[in-house]
Design a protein around this ligand. Structure first.
Ligand SMILES: NC(=O)c1ccc[n+]([C@@H]2O[C@H](COP(=O)([O-])OP(=O)(O)OC[C@H]3O[C@@H](n4cnc5c(N)ncnc54)[C@H](O)[C@@H]3O)[C@@H](O)[C@H]2O)c1
Length: 359
């Protein structure tokens, strides 16, 4: 097993990566929460049907609670249902939540753990590529509101994360594409020339490489006061696309944007960020082409879904970035990828139109 430590204070924690890492759960629970008597395993039907839940053993009394699947169930109502179930089961402040699933499960179960009894310990067994390389690591937990993604949440670090690459064998192709979108993002965050070289490594090493990049950034800036923002490369447009997708699904519209997965949206967002950087004179054509080449190697679509309006996308981005009171993007430039405040709305609109959105 590969271990990567996330050096946050006051309590660093380990991410354990490898084939069969889920079998380390009882050992990790005993190590990081020796006083816990009971655990709630939060998961989903698809994970159960894939056979992975049967093999989850925290080594203490535990109860499984399944939550719904998809962004619509990543909601405050799900958190309320979970917390009420914790009360019924008699979960105390010293007990544990164990998320077994993808980023949706770790975001929701992590947020429930962050707020139940003002915060109890949680561990994650990450079962999607996206969760292993990104969502399960770093302590960001959140749920959506109808108005946008991840608008209610908390920083709440897990006690340990297990990334079992064996369970990826049942992951549907769309979920692999989703993970590859986030993996493509990491290609632009290191000190080296962006490339898709990571794809030549074995899956354990691919996961570990991404986790190490994320762990380094999180240790430097746990609460996203500065550097951590670069992890959001490609995410401003991605979240806007996902918010519009949520609205379309609520209206029963099953078009391309409604079906877009998070990582797929990030891949489109990375290309958008490159084009916006060029529009602002921060990078040249060759650097944009490098972005296209790298993202293409991860076999990801980079087009904005058809029929979207540029102004609607900007409104969704402004809502997502409310915390900054202006349009903030993570953009490439002479110093590499960095946050850029106060981006001109017209540059954003022009770039969206260049990518095919309606004016
Ligand atoms: N907190 C963070 O830092 C962070 C970072 C990135 C993304 N996210 C969030 O993560 C979420 C997306 O996570 P995701 O891409 O993992 O999707 P997901 O959690 O929605 O999982 C996708 C589907 O795959 C199923 N599944 C999970 N593991 C499986 C397995 N091994 N075999 C078969 N099916 C399996 C799930 O049940 C679900 O139906 C988004 O809500 C996003 O906002 C959070």
């Amino acid at each position: 097993m590969i271990r990567v430590t996330v050096e946050v204070t006051p309590r660093p924690y380990d991410v354990v990566i490898g084939h069969g890492a889920r079998r380390e759960l009882a050992h990790e629970v005993a190590r990081v929460a020796p006083g816990a008597k009971m655990a709630v395993v939060v998961s989903q039907r698809s994970v159960e049907e894939s056979g992975w839940l049967d093999q989850i053993d925290p080594g203490i009394e535990h109860h499984v609670v399944l939550i719904g699947e998809g962004e619509d169930d990543k909601s405050l109502s799900t958190v309320e249902l979970l917390c009420r179930r914790f009360v019924e089961l008699g979960i105390s402040r010293h007990d544990l939540v164990i998320a077994v699933g993808g980023g949706m499960v770790s975001d929701v179960a992590g947020f429930a753990a962050a707020t139940y009894h003002r915060g109890i310990g949680y561990l994650t067994v990450a079962t999607t590529l996206l969760a292993q390389i990104d969502a399960a690591v770093g302590g960001k937990t959140a749920v959506n509101l109808p108005e946008g993604k991840n608008l209610v949440g908390a920083f709440w670090q897990p006690l340990a994360v297990l990334c079992d690459t064996e369970v990826l064998s049942t992951l549907p192709p769309a979920e692999w594409a989703c993970g590859r979108g986030e993996m493509a993002k990491y290609a632009f965050l290191g000190p080296d020339t962006p490339s898709a070289e990571i794809l030549s490594l074995g899956i354990d090493e691919q996961v570990a490489r991404c986790v190490a990049i994320k762990a380094d950034i999180v240790a430097d800036d746990e609460r996203e006061q500065g550097r951590r923002m670069i992890l959001n490369y490609g995410h401003t447009l991605a979240h806007a696309l996902e918010a519009i997708g949520l609205e379309h699904r609520a209206q029963g519209n099953e078009d391309r944007v409604a079906g877009l997965r998070h990582g797929e949206a990030v891949a489109i967002g990375v290309i958008f960020a490159a084009l916006l950087s060029r529009q602002m004179g921060r990078i040249d054509d060759d650097r944009v082409e490098l972005h296209r080449e790298v993202v293409r190697r991860f076999e990801l679509d980079t087009e904005i879904p058809p029929g979207l309006d540029a102004t609607d996308l900007v409104v969704a981005m402004e809502r997502d970035k409310k915390a900054h009171h202006d349009l903030t993007f993570v953009l490439d430039g002479p110093r590499g990828v960095e946050p850029v405040l106060g981006v001109d709305r017209d540059d954003v609109l022009a770039t969206l139109v260049e990518m095919g959105a309606h004016r």
